[in-house]
Design a binder for this molecule. Structure first.
Ligand code: CA
Length: 435
């Protein structure tokens, strides 16, 4: 990056970005896919108030200093080819984009293509950044696992395996959507009594889950080949916000013994901009030491340089009447990436301990991120304690779980003293009635 981190692009003239584009300066430069302005699906980088059309940049020769294979990958409609190139190529491309967008560089700024390659960030539609081949969701926040566990097993909230391995389940890649896609309330089997009988109803206990997602890149490992915890850090291209929408009443009836099924497969939303691992490197915090009496992880999950990301997270909710009256969404909880017990690197290493193949574009979810405080609980099940402590929205209505018309907004910023904030943007979804 140029010394000051400043760019000539409006909204990014300081390293951290400013105004509506705070957190989208040259220090961030997240990548994603978009369409609009008469252009079909293509890749872009967010810089200040603008989106840089990477397809147009390749086509016009602006990126000619990059290897041909990097240029070809950046001209595709999704990031998968680029993800597959690996961390050396990612670093080369990022350095070149930062050079071209730096305030002292006139190569792109003064080129005829500049007007055409930079478009206002608000006029376009963000898409899923990559084709997601597989999606796995973990359960890595000890506060979340302890809170939820204690509702069902008050004397024994954590299962014996929890501190030994990152617990997860295989999610449904086909129903992962980009922020803004509608969230249709699902139908499913629900019961009045614990042992049934069930009936087919609309979900009554619809919930969100505040999570971080990790997008896997690098060359796919062969089946049977494990990815070590240090190598895993090289295979994670970047991070997004992730909302694992959950149907609690469906979940309660169906989850034993194989885990959630239809309660989790109707939709999962992610924020569209991938904040890269390289941008996030200065925001890493060493993994906290395990407490006295806590087991040390097995050798394959240990790495001296392992880290968590200091991402400040929040959930806001607005009802349809609030939006009609212009009342801002109410922030209902805040938590941090450092509230996790397992790192994303450990999750990826454990995922492949059996030899499971991980391909570019695979998605990992952290699990609901909750902190220790009562206002740091990352889903309504915890925040309202199974509906026994409803929250009140500014329109005077109570929420135990989500109602039709509610919008849930996840937001996140990487934060460190002396460094610019990096924005993850938002992950939004409005609940629609059952079809
Ligand atoms: Ca989850």
């Amino acid at each position: 990056m140029n010394a000051s981190g400043a760019s000539w692009v409006p909204g990014a003239r300081s390293a951290g970005g400013e105004g509506k584009s705070e957190g989208f300066g040259l220090a961030n430069l997240p990548m994603g896919a978009w369409s609009g302005e008469g252009r079909g699906a293509r890749l872009g980088a967010r810089i200040g108030d603008s989106i840089l059309d990477l397809h147009r940049c390749v086509e016009s020769g602006v990126l000619a200093r990059l290897d041909r294979r990097i240029q070809d990958a950046l001209a595709k409609p999704v990031l998968n080819d680029y993800l597959g190139l690996g961390s050396t190529a990612w670093a080369q491309a990022r350095a070149e984009l930062q050079r071209l967008l730096g305030e002292t560089c006139g190569e792109l700024r003064d080129a005829a293509v500049a007007k055409d390659a930079l478009l206002p960030a608000w006029g376009i539609t963000m898409r899923l950044p990559c084709d997601i081949g597989d999606y796995t969701d973990f359960y890595a926040s000890i506060h979340h696992a302890t809170n939820v566990g204690s509702m069902f097993r008050p004397t024994n909230p954590l299962m014996p395996n929890w501190k030994h391995l990152p617990v997860g389940y295989h999610g449904r890649a086909s129903t992962v959507v980009a922020s803004g896609a509608a969230v249709r309330r699902p139908m499913g089997q629900t019961v009045q009594a614990d042992d049934g009988p069930p009936s087919l109803t609309a979900c009554r206990l619809l919930d969100y889950e505040l999570e971080l997602g990790a997008v896997v890149g690098g060359q796919a490992n062969e089946i049977g080949q494990r990815v070590g915890v240090a190598e895993a850090a090289q295979r994670i291209f970047g991070h997004v916000l992730l909302n694992d929408w959950s149907a609690r009443d469906l979940q309660k009836w169906e989850y034993q013994p194989l885990g959630p099924f239809t309660a989790k497969n109707f939709i999962t939303s992610i924020s569209p901009w991938i904040v890269t691992s390289e941008a996030l490197a200065p925001y890493r915090v060493p993994m906290p030491a395990r407490g006295e009496g806590d087991p040390q992880p097995l050798e394959y999950l240990r790495w001296d340089d392992d880290f968590l990301l200091d991402v400040r997270l929040e959930v806001a909710i607005s009802s349809a009447p609030m939006r009609e009256r212009g009342v801002p969404a109410m922030v209902v909880s805040r938590s941090r990436g450092t509230d996790l017990w397992w790192s994303m690197n450990q999750m990826l290493a454990h995922h492949t301990v059996s030899g499971c193949r991980m391909r570019p574009g695979d998605l990992l979810g952290s699990g609901t991120i909750s902190g220790a405080g009562e206002d740091e609980r990352g889903c309504l099940l915890e925040l309202t304690w199974r509906g026994t402590k409803p929250i009140t929205l500014p329109d005077g209505t109570e929420r135990k779980f989500l109602q039709d018309g509610d919008e849930v907004i996840l937001r996140g910023w990487a934060v460190r003293d002396g460094l610019p904030k990096l924005s993850f943007g938002e992950c939004r979804g409005i609940v629609l009635p059952v079809a």
